[in-house]
Design a protein around this ligand. Structure first.
Ligand code: KG4
Ligand code: ZN
Length: 328
């Protein structure tokens, strides 16, 4: 089956074509305009999606070498995300589905991030644990099988991606903060500053990152580079505090559930230090690393999950709405 997937929940305009489980095209336009503001401006994001959607969809169709009339189903993110941004994608998808007389299905963005782990792989057995770490979410899920997920725990306040983004702003680095922090941390001594790892010993699967960001803010107030502490050391120590918190709770989730296959998902899953540290968890039997192209927001994960759902006989009525606060 040929499915066109559309993703516009935040600041990526993305369209992909999936055929029989294979991604034929995966086009993403990341809106760089937000870097001027240090974060995503919702109104601007919607306007940019509106401008780019048709161009990106055309490119995805051309790249996939299908004809537009071959599209049998349209899958589109309807939440969670920014309301205006979601509306642009959903409206575009509905128009296209009606015009092509194709089926349509709404997709939960978080479920798509998790299921991106299965993309292009046949060696993944259920159940597994999934650390979902994006700009808006930090959660540990138990994935029993397709469509059967239990939330084991999540952040009380900021998400891990937010800790990267807000930390980068305090450090005077660019947006998005994750890749910037990863870059500036290289060669730094990550043990030099002892930033807090909140809730690490409380025995519960939960995270908190808001205190960490405040502690960086206070630290930077009086920080001056010296031969004993460089800027890189600060960045590396801050990155380590985020990653240690994630690793601590993954270990706890393995102990509590007895499940020792782990997957990661979401933008922060791109982080190479996180990937390196995950490999050191001795009680983990198998660690699934999603393809780097499918970690940050993309439409491949939407078209892929859409096709799975269509094949299970699922579809949406054309009058479905957006769900900005959608949980799985
Ligand atoms: O999944 P995603 O693209 O969008 C949401 O659904 O939120 O995640 C975006 C987040 C941002 O906070 C960004 O700073 C973070 O992922 N991110 C990273 C890296 N690349 C993106 N964080 C750490 N290291 C990275 N290499
Ligand atoms: Zn995302």
């Amino acid at each position: 089956m040929i499915v066109l997937g559309i993703e516009t929940s935040c600041d990526e305009t993305a369209v992909s074509v999936c055929k029989d489980g294979e991604i034929l095209s995966n086009i993403i336009n990341s809106q760089t305009i937000h870097s001027e503001y240090g974060g995503v401006v919702p109104e601007i994001a919607s306007r940019e999606h509106e401008k780019m959607l048709n161009i990106i969809a055309n490119k995805a169709i051309i790249d996939s070498k299908i004809r537009i009339n071959d599209i049998e189903g349209i899958a589109v993110t309807n939440g969670p995300g920014l309301a205006g941004a979601l509306l642009t994608g959903v409206s575009f998808a509905k128009g296209l589905a009606l015009g092509l007389r194709a089926k349509i299905i709404s997709i939960n963005h978080l479920e798509a991030h998790i299921i991106a782990n299965l993309l292009g792989r046949s060696d993944i057995d259920f159940p597994f644990l999934c650390l979902l770490v994006s700009g808006g979410h930090t959660q540990i899920w138990l994935i029993n099988k397709l469509g059967d997920y239990s939330l084991l725990g999540e952040t009380r306040d900021d998400a891990a991606g937010e800790a990267f983004d807000k930390g980068a702003r305090i450090l005077g680095l660019g947006y998005p903060g994750g890749p910037e922090i990863e870059k500036y941390a290289i060669g730094g001594n990550n043990k030099l500053i002892d930033f807090p790892r909140a809730l690490s010993d409380n025995g519960k699967i939960e995270f908190s990152f808001s205190g960490l960001k405040t502690s960086l803010l206070y630290f930077m107030d009086s920080f001056e580079e010296s031969p004993s502490i460089s800027f890189k050391d600060v960045v590396a120590s801050y990155q380590s505090a985020i990653i240690d918190s994630l690793i601590n709770k993954i270990k706890l989730a393995i102990k509590i559930t007895g499940i020792n296959t782990i997957a990661i998902a979401g933008g922060v899953a791109k982080n190479s230090e996180l990937r390196r540290q995950l490999k050191t968890i001795t009680i983990a039997k198998k660690i699934i690393f999603p393809d780097l192209n499918y970690c940050t927001d993309n439409a491949a994960m939407i078209s892929y999950l859409g096709e799975i759902k269509f094949n299970l006989g699922k579809k949406s009525n054309i009058d479905f709405g957006i769900m900005p606060n959608f949980q799985i």
